[in-house]
Design a protein around this ligand. Structure first.
Ligand code: SF4
Length: 231
């Protein structure tokens, strides 16, 4: 598996749990606003064996792991890494995914405690936003259903990008989650330009104003609570 980098300890990636963050290299999408654009190429990072990864991350003062990327599920041996981390004593394993590889995600489920699930847009805009020709939505939908039906904590979230999305799309995503049976918290965070974005891709985007979304608090489907994380 290709590993791009490791953060020894993070207090912000999983609520109330200090975790070691493992960034895998490579992604099968190409969102214009990506904050980790340098690790989108499939040959980014360094190829490492599972024992070498476990050895590298062992001994940090964390209570678990957050596996992110890139897109971790493009790596077929991801379930083996998660199993090795559990066997090594991890008390919590969180995965960040956009859900486009449900067969790998399914094999990961026995070792996962929680999943941050990136909801990119409404179903009709998935190909456009992610710049993937073969529509990813049917696979994403399968992953969402699988997670809702599992014992793993499912935490959907969307990065709201000014100049790319509008408030109606956040409503549409919440409606899609509701139709798939989701009940719980749906997190919307603001896009922020950062050192990891590509200047030529984000020139027409801006950091959005939270007040654009306030009206949604009245119209969100029952059983779903909208939470804002404006950084
Ligand atoms: S899915 Fe995530 S890692 Fe991949 S391009 Fe989009 S924002 Fe970047």
């Amino acid at each position: 598996m290709r590993i791009a980098s490791v953060i020894d300890i993070s207090l912000v990636d999983v609520p109330k749990i200090p975790v070691t963050v493992i960034f895998t290299g490579g992604c099968n999408m190409d969102c214009r606003y990506c904050q980790n654009a340098e690790i989108i190429p499939l040959d980014s990072g360094t190829e490492m064996t599972i024992p070498d990864i476990v050895e590298k991350v062992r001994g940090n003062l964390s209570d678990g792991y957050c596996i992110t990327g890139g897109e971790p599920t493009i790596h077929k041996d991801l379930p083996l890494l998660l199993q090795a981390l559990k066997d090594d004593g991890a008390s919590h394993i969180n995965l960040n995914t956009q859900g486009s590889v449900p067969d790998v995600l399914e094999r990961c489920l026995p070792f996962l405690d929680s999943v941050w699930f990136d909801m990119k847009s409404v179903p009709e805009r998935y190909s456009e936003i992610t710049r993937v020709q073969s529509d990813p939505w049917p696979r994403v939908e399968k992953s969402i259903t699988m997670l809702i039906d599992s014992d793993v904590s499912f935490w959907p979230r969307t990065t709201y990008v000014g100049g790319l999305m509008n408030s109606g799309e956040i409503q549409g995503i919440a409606d899609s989650l509701y139709k798939l049976g989701f009940q719980g918290e749906y997190l919307v965070q603001n896009y922020k330009k950062s050192a990891g974005t590509r200047e030529n891709e984000v020139s027409t985007f801006h950091e959005p104003d939270r007040s654009e979304l306030d009206q949604l608090l009245e119209t969100i489907p029952s059983g779903i609570s909208l939470k804002f994380d404006w950084r």
